[in-house]
Write a protein that binds this ligand. Structure first.
Ligand SMILES: Nc1ncnc2c1ncn2[C@@H]1O[C@H](COP(=O)(O)OP(=O)(O)OP(=O)(O)O)[C@@H](O)[C@H]1O
Ligand SMILES: [Mg+2]
Length: 456
C-alpha cells in the first residue's frame, strides 16, 4: 500500500498517542489520533482510516466494544489492538471479534512498523475483495454447488464470490464437522481464475509430523530413512492452483514455521533440501476448532494465525439454518435418484417434519447419509416416509412441544388439528385433494392449514 495510507491511533495516554503518531507520520502515513472510543468512532466515519491501532483499556467505551462498533461502521477497517502485559488476554479475545493483530506495550518502534505494514497489506486485500467485480468462467456453477438460501448461507456465498475474484488471498474457513467447509473451499477454487489448475487437499490431523511435512513440501533423496527418491510435495504439485489444509490446528510446529514462510514470501524448501523453491498457490485453511483459542493455549503460532486470519469464513452448523433443510433434503434425494437410478418423488410432510425437528450434530453430511441410507434400505419406496428414517431421528422430539400435548392425555385443539392433518397427508401419500377428502374439508382449507403449520 502506498505511503498515503491512513492510520488511526486510539489511546487515552497522551505519550503513546504522541510517540506512535510521530513515528508513523515520519514513515509517511497520514495519522489521526483519538483519546477515547467514542471519538475514534467519529473519526472512523469522517476520516475513513485504513488501519486503527486501538488500546484495549479506554475510559468510557472500552477497546473491545469500540472494535465491534468500528467494524459495524466499516467492515473493511483493519484493527490492531494495543495492550499492556496484564491485558494480553483481552487483546487475544478481541481477535475473536475481528481484530487482526495486537501489540504489547511497551513495544519497540521497529515492531510497530512491522505490525502496521502487515495490517496495511491486510487492509489492501480486504479492499480488493470488496471492490473486485466480474468473476471468471464456471463461477456461477461453482457457487451453485453450495445448496441453500438461508441468509447466513447467502452471506457465505457472497464472500466466496468476492474471494474467488481476488486471486491469491489466503482464507480461513471455520465450521463444525460435516458443515460444508470443503464445499466452500472448492467453490472458492472453481469460481476463481485458478479453476483450471489443481485443487489439492490434505488433512493435517491424519499423518505423523515427518510424513506430513514431506507430503506438503516434498523431500530430497535421503532426507530420512525411507526417502529413497526425491519427491515433490503438495504445494509444488498444486502450483498455480489452490491447496486446502484441513484441520490446520493440528499442523505441528515445524510445519507451521514452513507454512508461514510460504505464505510470506511464497518460498519453501523440501525436507532435507537446501534449494529455495518458489510456488504460487492459494492456501485455504480449514478448522473445526476455534483457532484463536489454540493460539491462546500456546498450541498454534500467533503470527501464522494472523497471516491466515485475514479473511475468515464461518460455515454455520445445519441447526442454525433449518430453513434450508427442505432444499438440502430435496437436493440429496435428487442426487441419489440419479446415482441409484431411482424415482423417489416426494418427502412426506411427517418425514420432513422429523428432519426439521432433529438437531443434526453431524450437519449436512449426516443429512446426506440419512437419505442415502433410506434409499438403500428401502429400494422399492417411491417416497420418503418416517419409517424410512433412523430411530434417533424418529424419536427426536421437536423442541418445545405444546405443553398440552405432554402427559395425562390432554391435547390442545391446535395440536390435535395438526396431528390429524399430518396423518391425512401421510395416508394419502401427500396428495392434497385426497387428504382434504379424508378430513372432510376443501383443498383450499387444507392448504391454508398446511401453511399455518409450516408444512407447505
Ligand atoms: N451447502 C451444501 N450443499 C450441498 N451439499 C453440501 C453442502 N454442505 C455440505 N454438503 C455435503 O455434505 C458433505 C459434507 O460436507 P464437507 O465435506 O464439505 O464438510 P466439512 O465441513 O469439510 O467436514 P469435515 O470437518 O468433516 O471435513 C459433503 O458430501 C458435501 O457435498
Ligand atoms: Mg472436510
Amino acid at each position: 500500500m502506498n505511503s498515503t495510507a491512513r492510520v488511526l491511533v486510539v489511546d487515552d495516554e497522551k505519550l503513546i498517542r504522541w510517540s506512535v503518531s510521530e513515528r508513523l507520520a515520519r514513515r509517511g502515513y497520514q495519522v489521526e489520533t483519538a483519546e477515547s472510543g467514542e471519538r475514534a468512532l467519529e473519526l472512523i466515519t469522517s476520516a475513513t482510516p485504513d488501519v486503527a491501532l486501538l488500546d484495549v483499556r479506554l475510559p468510557g467505551l472500552d477497546g473491545v466494544a469500540t472494535l465491534r462498533r468500528a467494524l459495524t461502521l466499516n467492515p473493511e477497517l483493519v484493527v490492531v489492538m494495543m495492550s499492556a502485559h496484564s491485558t494480553v488476554d483481552v487483546a487475544v479475545e478481541a481477535m475473536k471479534h475481528g481484530a487482526v493483530d495486537f501489540l504489547v506495550k511497551p513495544f519497540p518502534l521497529a515492531t510497530l512498523d512491522e505490525v502496521v505494514e502487515r495490517a496495511l497489506s491486510a487492509a489492501s486485500t480486504r479492499k480488493q475483495i470488496a471492490t473486485r467485480a466480474t468473476p471468471g468462467n464456471g463461477h456461477a456453477a461453482a457457487l451453485a454447488a453450495m445448496v441453500g438460501n438461508a441468509p447466513v448461507v447467502n452471506e457465505v456465498r457472497e464472500l466466496v464470490s468476492r474471494l474467488a475474484a481476488s486471486n491469491a488471498t489466503t482464507v480461513l474457513i471455520e465450521g463444525e464437522s460435516g458443515s460444508g467447509k470443503e464445499v466452500v473451499a472448492r467453490s472458492i477454487h472453481y469460481a476463481s481464475a485458478r479453476a483450471d489448475r489443481p485443487f489439492l487437499q490434505l488433512n493435517c490431523a491424519t499423518l505423523p509430523e515427518q510424513l506430513l511435512e514431506s507430503e506438503l513440501f516434498g523431500h530430497e533423496r535421503g532426507a530420512f530413512t525411507d526417502a529413497r527418491a526425491q519427491k515433490r510435495g503438495l504445494f509444488e504439485n498444486a502450483d498455480g492452483g489452490s491447496v486446502m489444509l484441513d484441520e490446520i490446528g493440528d499442523l505441528p510446529a515445524g510445519g507451521q514455521a514452513k507454512l508461514l514462510r510460504l505464505l510470506e514470501d511464497k518460498t519453501f524448501r523440501r525436507v532435507g533440501g537446501i534449494t529455495q523453491l518458489h510456488v504460487d498457490v492459494r492456501v485455504i485453511a480449514a478448522t473445526n476448532v476455534n483457532l484463536a483459542e489454540r493460539v491462546q493455549e500456546g498450541l498454534f503460532r500467533a503470527d501464522l494465525f494472523f497471516r491466515l486470519n485475514v479473511v475468515r469464513i464461518r460455515v454455520p452448523p445445519l441447526r442454525e439454518r433449518k430453513e434450508d433443510l427442505p432444499l438440502l433434503a430435496a437436493h440429496f434425494v435428487s442426487k441419489y435418484n440419479q446415482e441409484l437410478k431411482r424415482e423417489v418423488r416426494y418427502i412426506s410432510p411427517p418425514a420432513l417434519e422429523l428432519l426439521v425437528g432433529y438437531g443434526w450434530p453431524g450437519n449436512v453430511r449426516e443429512l446426506r447419509n440419512v437419505i442415502e441410507r433410506a434409499f438403500i434400505l428401502h429400494p422399492s419406496a417411491d417416497e420418503l416416509r418416517p419409517e424410512h428414517l433412523p430411530q434417533e431421528i424418529r424419536e427426536a422430539r421437536l423442541p418445545a412441544p405444546p405443553a398440552a400435548e405432554q402427559g395425562d392425555g390432554v391435547m390442545s385443539l391446535t395440536a390435535a388439528e395438526r396431528r390429524l392433518i399430518l396423518e391425512a397427508m401421510d395416508k394419502s401419500h401427500g396428495n392434497q385433494s385426497q387428504a382434504a377428502r379424508l378430513l372432510g374439508i376443501s383443498r383450499d382449507t387444507l392448504r391454508y392449514r398446511l401453511k399455518k403449520f409450516g408444512l407447505l
